[in-house]
Design a protein around this ligand. Structure first.
Ligand code: GH3
Ligand code: MG
Ligand code: MG
Ligand code: MG
Length: 297
């Protein structure tokens, strides 16, 4: 996308000349004759850079810079005459990215503009990369659900919310039944495919607020904020039933039955996080004891 530049100057001839120059340099250019008009243009457009004169009727270019930097992700280049009392430092302190003297030498302005745009691009790439790394650090590579590190962080947060606002909080812990047998019979790679497929089913059974995690090898957890135990049990039962009827291998292994056992717990005030998770684990174990493919509370 072509970068969009806004030129702010109260002198019509300067405005026009700069607009033409910026446009012939390959950018989209808009103009404003005052800071107030510039703020109007900003509110209705996506802009990359504002090039503003300092001496303007009404709000001056430094105040404009201040306003822009406090509410927009936009770079500002400030222009002023040699003889004014405004200093380079003042403009930079207000958040300006660069500064040019008037009369503006267009070739110099273009170099500075290119440098500012380049830094913007690098910054965006950096932010994008950090977001990707952050996502990677909380995601389980196989199932694309969240990982167990993220589970404990999120659960801690939900427990704090519970203690502050008294919202209900429930937890499901589920484990694939006799999965070792499956691996022994069909191999680990086929087992991994089952895990991926199960991850998808879990996701499809979740409500908007719920989050699912690969807790361990073939064990998963689901945090259900704002949910009391009975409701959580209903979610668990729906998930158990969905897994039991799923054809995990698209008929390649006829009569294959994959089932899960689920433990449901509701958070008790002031309970330690470890005790909360342990109770879910105990409930899951009860489901195993009761013959597997069950939900226990
Ligand atoms: P139960 O019904 O009591 O849960 O029986 P189980 O065989 O599922 O239980 P157990 O905890 O003894 O074994 C879990 C098995 O899960 C061991 C291992 O073969 C398998 N497993 C764990 N992580 C992975 C994984 O990442 N990929 C695959 N393919 N298998 C895994
Ligand atoms: Mg002026
Ligand atoms: Mg297990
Ligand atoms: Mg198991």
């Amino acid at each position: 996308m072509v970068p969009h530049i806004l030129i702010v100057d109260d002198d019509l001839s300067i405005r026009d000349a700069m607009q033409e120059f910026i446009e012939t340099s390959g950018y989209e250019a808009s103009v404003a004759s005052s800071a107030e008009e510039a703020l109007d243009v900003l509110s209705g457009n996506t802009l990359e850079v504002v090039i503003t004169d300092i001496m303007l009727p009404g709000m001056n270019g430094l105040e404009l810079t201040d306003r822009i930097k406090s509410s927009h992700e936009i770079d500002v280049i400030v222009m002023t005459g040699y003889s004014t009392e405004y200093s380079y430092e003042e403009a930079i302190n207000k958040g300006a990215s660069d500064f040019v003297f008037k009369p503006v030498r267009f070739e110099e302005l273009l170099l500075r503009l290119k440098r500012v745009l380049n830094e913007r691009r690098l910054n965006q790439e950096r932010i994008h990369m950090l977001e990707k790394l952050k996502k990677l650090s909380i995601t389980d590579g196989l199932t694309q659900l969240y990982n167990s590190r993220h589970f404990y962080n999120q659960l801690k947060g939900e427990i704090e919310r519970f203690n502050r606002y008294g919202h209900q909080l429930s937890l499901l812990l589920l484990d694939i039944d006799n999965f070792k047998d499956f691996n022994d019979t069909y191999g680990h790679l086929e087992g991994d495919k089952i895990l991926v497929c199960l991850g998808r089913i879990i996701k499809s059974c979740l409500r908007k607020m719920d989050t699912a995690y690969r807790y361990g090898g073939e064990e998963f957890t689901i945090i259900l904020p704002g949910t009391h135990g009975e409701e959580a049990w209903t979610v668990a039962e729906r998930l158990r039933a969905a897994v039991a009827v799923e054809d995990f291998t698209d008929g390649k292994i006829p009569d294959l039955e994959i089932t899960i056992s689920i433990g449901v717990t509701q958070y008790r005030r002031e309970e330690e996080i470890s005790s909360f998770v342990q109770r879910a684990d105990q409930a899951m174990y009860q489901s195993k004891q009761a013959g597997r493919n069950k939900v226990s509370f």
